[in-house]
Design a protein around this ligand. Structure first.
Ligand SMILES: *Cc1c(COP(=O)(O)O)cnc(C)c1O
Length: 358
């Protein structure tokens, strides 16, 4: 298992960016992990190669019919160690996404091993500043040439790495303004909403862009059938603190099962909060707000970790949450979550995975 993966060195290493200027997903490291699939050979040719342009047929199936899935996770550096956070969950989820799009599943343990070897080579690229990390993007796309509609016979998997600062830039706990989308929907039950597929994002961009031009940070999606129940935010799951209880919409087939969501639920329980996964209607939330029982709202996702919501707008009614301030439970969950990630706090759940030196 821990055999060294084939490694193709580049002639010249890139210059590393100034750590103080890091944004999100703009700079990439020297190397990437590559894996190929053909119907005859299965998954083969796992190797670490120089990061750079790839060759793709103009008739590649991913472009025309959208067989493309991805993942996102992060590596952190503290003292001299580089640590991943629950990476096995990401590889489990990529297989779930792959199988939904009739794409071939991968060996999760082998991929994790490949990722560790890649990151070991790139450890000098992991930034150490507050809120900074190495963002890891695994993805799989259909490469077979041809225009007939059928599951592709060939695929490519790549993992690329990007040293990144905080997602929204600057203060990661700045409360966001969210527009509750009442026209477009992101996903429906029976569709691909629960899978991390590229097309879900394509479907979301028009509403996201409309909301941005009205001064909102993100869109909150409602269910695709009745447009009544809350589902999730752009690239985050959504949580509410109602009467001191931590509440999030239950996974229903159209919501993406976030790993941060799962971790926050476990963490909240550990910290002694009552948690509830259930259907949450938008009208119900507005009612709770009127009664002074909706205390906090926050989103969760790998990129932004935990992001407080300061304002919700549904149709023409705006509500302000917790005086547009980060609430105490949001803050406590954020401190504990990032404390465990960064190694400042104990890790009783065994969520951190140290990248070995090979
Ligand atoms: C990735 C993603 C999330 C968050 O998932 P994490 O595993 O917590 O990063 C939430 N919603 C959507 C639509 C996503 O693509």
């Amino acid at each position: 298992m821990s055999d060294k993966i084939q490694f193709q060195q580049r002639e010249q290493l890139k210059e590393k960016p100034d750590q103080s200027s890091l944004t999100f997903g703009k700079v990439f490291t020297d190397y990437m992990l590559s894996f190929e699939y053909s119907i005859d050979k299965g998954w083969h040719d796992l190797k670490i190669i120089p990061y750079g342009p790839i060759e793709l047929s103009p008739a590649a199936q991913c472009i025309h019919y959208g067989q493309s899935v991805f993942e996102g996770l992060k590596a952190y550096k503290h003292d001299d160690e580089v640590v991943l956070f629950r990476p096995e969950e990401n590889f489990k989820r990529i297989n779930m996404s792959l199988s939904r799009l009739k794409m071939p599943e991968v060996d999760e343990a082998l991929l994790l091993e490949g990722l560790k070897q890649l990151i070991d080579i790139e450890r000098d690229w992991v930034p150490q500043g507050e809120g900074q990390s190495l963002y890891i993007r695994p993805y799989v796309f259909a490469t077979q040439e041809g225009l007939g509609v059928h599951p592709s016979h060939e695929y490519r998997l790549l993992i690329i790495l990007s040293p990144s600062g905080s997602y929204y830039g600057g203060d990661s706990l700045r409360p966001t303004k969210i527009y509750v989308e009442d026209e477009y929907v992101r996903a429906v039950r029976g569709g691909v909403g629960y899978a991390k597929v590229a097309g879900n994002y394509a479907a979301s961009l028009l509403a996201q862009s409309n909301a941005n031009s009205e001064g909102f940070d993100q869109v909150l999606w409602l269910d695709g059938v009745e447009q009544k129940y809350v589902e999730e935010v752009g690239s985050m799951n959504i949580f509410f603190v109602i009467d001191g209880k931590v509440v999030t919409p239950e996974l229903n087939g159209s919501i993406l099962p976030g790993i941060t969501r799962k971790t926050v639920l476990e963490l909240a329980k550990t910290l002694g909060y009552e948690v509830d996964e259930r259907r949450v209607a938008i009208d119900e939330l507005y009612q709770y707000h009127k009664e002074g029982r909706l205390q906090e709202v926050f989103g969760t996702g790998t990129a932004a970790v935990i992001s407080p919501v300061g304002e919700l707008q549904f149709k023409d009614e705006k509500i302000v949450i917790n005086d547009n301030q980060t609430g105490p439970i949001t803050q406590k969950l954020y401190d504990n979550y990032t404390g465990i990630q960064s190694g400042k706090l104990e890790d009783p759940h065994g969520w951190r995975v140290v990248v070995p030196k090979y």
